[in-house]
Design a protein. Structure first.
Length: 258
């Protein structure tokens, strides 16, 4: 274990062309292809990139939870006008950054060793996108599922900014977290599933530009597909499917669920 109680000691595992970050030998936290180190190897990370369907030109992205840096590396390569700040509480995770090809800090990229909830609460440089993927061996840290944290995220974002949260649907408190997220963002929340596990990716928008129209999603998907190596159309179809269900419930007068 690390010197600080409550933090897990990470280790790197190799399986053929894949390199993974793990805490307990049972749950994989991050996966990198050694052949394509900047690719998004897991579907949940590709699903999280769906924020581009809501905000295709973010100026500044803040991510809570560095892991193996898959999303950071991908965004740095494909969004050249975007700054990226990764906030990681566990210094032992940061110490492994070279094993995953995470670049050194520079004008566009920095890694901050801090509690993500504290960082978001005190954030002065409002991000356009907040990515929250802060799992430890025991699951989602309680602070990252709290009502206060989601309210702080909403306040921290620019108008029209997007919060993206990776939840584990198998967590007994998932419904509680989802309800808190909806309350913090006044229902401006949409969630899609990932294909390679029980990950549930929630998108919450901080302004009135929600929900996007079907035409907006399709238009952005077409434009983004030429720029990205993952199947943007597939993510867009999941988003549209959820939008259709949300609109159907709204038309029927039922409470919208994420």
């Amino acid at each position: 274990m690390t010197d600080t109680p409550g933090w897990d000691e990470p280790f790197v595992a190799e399986l053929g062309p894949l390199r993974s970050l793990q805490f307990d030998g049972l749950t994989v936290q991050s996966v990198m292809s050694v052949v394509e180190p900047d690719a998004l190897a897991l579907d949940y990370t590709r699903a999280m990139m769906g924020f581009l369907l809501f905000n295709p030109h973010p100026r500044h992205i803040v991510m809570v939870g560095l892991g193996g840096g898959s999303l950071a590396k991908y965004c740095l390569r494909t969004l050249p006008e975007t700054r990226f700040t990764a906030v990681e509480i566990n210094p032992a995770v940061i110490a492994l950054r070279d094993r995953f090809g995470i670049p050194s800090d520079d004008d566009r990229f920095r890694v901050v060793c801090a509690d993500g909830a504290d960082y978001v609460r005190d954030c002065e440089d409002a991000p356009d996108v907040l990515l929250v993927d802060g799992f430890v061996a025991a699951g989602l840290p309680p602070r990252l599922g709290s009502a206060d944290f989601y309210a702080d995220c909403c306040r921290a974002l620019t108008p029209g900014g997007v919060l993206v949260v990776n939840h584990w649907a198998g967590d007994s408190r998932y419904a509680v977290y989802a309800a808190r997220l909806r309350e913090a963002f006044d229902g401006r929340v949409l969630a899609i599933g990932a294909e390679d596990g029980d990950n549930r990716i929630s998108f919450a928008v901080s302004g009135p530009s929600f929900p996007p129209s079907r035409g907006q999603v399709l238009g952005r998907s077409a434009a983004l597909s030429a720029l990205h190596s993952f199947d943007v159309t597939d993510i867009a179809q999941r988003v549209l499917g959820r939008l259709d269900r949300m609109m159907g419930r709204r038309a029927g007068g039922a409470r919208i669920e994420s």
